[in-house]
Design a protein around this ligand. Structure first.
Ligand SMILES: C[S@@+](CC[C@H](N)C(=O)[O-])C[C@H]1O[C@@H](n2cnc3c(N)ncnc32)[C@H](O)[C@@H]1O
Length: 261
């Protein structure tokens, strides 16, 4: 049995968009309640219509809120391993890695676990509306709990101005982060920065819930010409359906050509 005085040594990677999850679950629960109340009241045209409306709202709201909570809380590590396995050519162990919008470090730390002599850096501005408990000290604590603190660094920095030189990283990762920039030109600036700091022959793996064609276009025009799209899991496809197409999870894998070509 767990000792309540002993802190858990498992990493905590937080809940993505906690306010959105809360709102979806609250609206879905109210709609479900309205549906149930109308079903137990004597049947009239009104109760019938309200019960139907309640059910129609409860399914997508509870479905999406529940999926977002479940995937953040229980599925992040499996998802990150799947994403890291997508790196073409596998991992050598000596790569320099950047995680853009690293949050509490799920990708950053997963990459660091695949390194031997390499190093992994994460940048973020630590917005708690995007990730619960977001703080650099908690990311470093997660790296200690996962046994990779010697290979992990974090920096407070905006992805629109990545504080590293050109052609610096072998691998750049970004998961569910760039869409948090709401303006087209701001997202373009972030993706341009990713292309700039990626080494020739380097690989970027960008997973997000929207704006796939924009990221692909900006990568291509900034020298990351070898692009592949990977389909995400069945659960993500369900997510797209439940969100009525507002979110379309995708993964883009880009490679910069070698310096000589
Ligand atoms: C949904 S969280 C995802 C965190 C992490 N990548 C993961 O997979 O758990 C989005 C992250 O993007 C970060 N972020 C948002 N805007 C940013 C910006 N302009 N520059 C750097 N990070 C940003 C947030 O602070 C947050 O940590």
């Amino acid at each position: 049995m767990e000792n309540p005085t002993q802190p858990s040594l498992r990493p905590d990677y937080g809940i993505d968009a906690p306010g959105v999850v809360r709102n979806l679950l609250v609206v879905g629960s109210v709609a479900l309640l309205m549906c149930v109340v109308c079903l137990v009241l004597p049947r009239t045209d009104w109760t019938h219509s309200l019960a139907r409306l309640g059910a129609q709202l409860a399914v997508p709201f509870l479905g999406m809120g529940g999926y977002m909570f479940y995937s953040s809380k229980y599925d992040k590590v499996r998802e990150r391993e799947w994403l890291l396995d997508l790196k073409p050519g596998g991992w050598r162990g000596d790569e320099t890695v950047l995680d853009v919008g690293c949050g509490l470090g799920v990708m950053l730390i997963g990459a660091a676990k695949r390194l031997t002599t390499g190093a992994a850096a994460g940048i973020d501005i630590w917005q708690t509306q995007d990730l619960s408990g977001n703080h650099p000290e908690r990311t470093l604590e997660n790296s200690r709990r996962e046994g990779v603190a010697d290979r992990v660094t974090v920096k407070t920095a905006d992805m629109r101005q990545i504080p590293f030189p050109d052609d610096h990283f072998d691998v750049i990762l970004s998961n569910a982060a760039i869409h948090n920039l709401y303006k087209v030109d701001e997202r373009a600036a972030a993706v341009r920065e990713i292309a700039r700091v990626l080494k020739p022959s380097g690989v970027c793996i960008l997973a997000d819930v929207r704006h796939e064609s924009q990221y692909a276009g900006v990568l291509r025009t900034n020298g990351v010409t070898d692009l592949q799209r990977r389909d995400t899991s069945i659960a993500s496809i369900l997510f797209a359906i439940i969100s009525l197409g507002r979110a379309r999870p995708f993964v883009l894998i880009g490679r910069k050509p070698p310096a000589s070509s």
